[in-house]
Design a protein around this ligand. Structure first.
Ligand code: NAD
Length: 291
């Protein structure tokens, strides 16, 4: 049996096009474009690439992009003052502070300062609480992108056994919340989980978000399972995921590649969240089903 390879790049492209269509209708209704502000502190090369890609994608979708590049020695007070200005700026619908921040800045203090209704990354505790209690808020982009791929692949997820490997606030925990909302039976595995292979073996859905190259072996996977690989690991062989891709291909029903699976979804969902924020803030209706 050979699994089908989930084309996250194509799905993300489709989502970006649907976002761009609704950007056009929003502009006509509100008389302005949705705006995303991205803040980068310091010169971390990976972060600089992410920020550049977000800027390009934002412009590409017809939105307004406000880039704020601050030196690495920016004080926490100055960064918070910028967040306050962006919170108050009516042209800004979404605020994203690129993580990680330099060591002298308390990330939590900065993230909690963002207006939850502009927190398109969904990292503010208010949005985490909204997700946990089923209220409308912003859901972190990577797990929401994973859910879109799963639903596209499997349709209704109700009753399926799902295992999420990883319990971070950014991926693992919100992923588990989303799958609970879809009526899956969810197990969250992590670094202290005993006998991970047997936990994974019973899952119809496996989401791996660990950061260890090819840790999930093909023989751990239940035949026919849908495997979503969030991991991004830079190795001598190039970029690899958390799942042994070749091994998974021979047993799974469907699997995301790295690169070209979950990665492209993250920016597409960021644009989607910014579009939603603009509509909510302006009181303009939007087509939820197209997003
Ligand atoms: P993290 O380091 O915050 O969390 C990793 C999690 O893995 C922890 O909860 C830990 O308990 C668990 N873990 C560690 N070792 C384990 C083991 N041996 N067995 C089982 N669980 C173990 O990482 P994160 O921010 O959640 O990111 C996870 C991975 O996803 C990384 O490779 C990251 O680069 C990638 N990522 C990709 C995207 C994307 O857009 N594709 C976005 C965010 C993160």
């Amino acid at each position: 049996m050979t699994a089908s390879i989930i084309d996250g790049k194509a799905f993300a492209q489709g989502l970006r096009e649907r976002v761009a269509q609704q950007v056009a209708s929003f502009r006509a209704a509100a008389g302005r474009a949705p705006g995303l502000a991205v803040v980068l502190v310091g010169e971390d090369p990976a972060s600089a690439v992410y920020v550049r890609n977000k800027h390009k994608a934002t412009i590409g979708a017809g939105m307004e992009s406000f880039e704020h590049k601050l030196p690495a020695d920016t004080s926490q007070a100055d960064l918070i003052a910028l967040v306050d200005r962006l919170n108050a700026d009516p042209a800004v619908d979404g605020i994203l502070v690129q993580l990680p921040l330099p060591g002298h800045i308390d990330e939590r203090a900065v993230i909690t300062r963002i207006d939850p209704d502009k927190d398109v990354d969904g990292f503010h505790p208010v949005n985490a609480g909204r997700l946990a209690t089923g209220l409308h808020g912003f859901v972190p982009c990577t797990p929401l992108g994973c859910l879109m791929l799963l639903k596209d692949q499997l349709g209704d997820l109700a009753g399926l056994d799902a295992v999420v490997i990883g319990r971070s606030n950014i991926v693992g925990k919100p992923m588990a919340q989303l799958l609970i909302q879809e009526s899956c039976t969810v197990t969250v595995a992590h670094s202290k989980t005993k006998d991970l292979s047997s936990v994974v073996k019973r899952a119809d859905i496996v989401v791996a978000a660990v950061g260890r190259p090819a840790m999930v072996k093909g023989e751990w996977i239940k035949p026919g399972a849908c495997v979503i690989d969030v991991g991004i690991n830079r190795t001598e062989r190039g970029l690899v995921g958390d799942v042994d891709f070749a091994g998974a291909l021979s047993v799974a029903g469907a699997v995301t590649p790295v690169p070209g699976g979950v990665g492209p979804m993250t920016i597409a969902v960021l644009l989607r969240n910014t579009l939603v924020s603009a509509h909510r803030r302006a009181g303009v209706a939007y087509d939820k089903d197209a997003l």
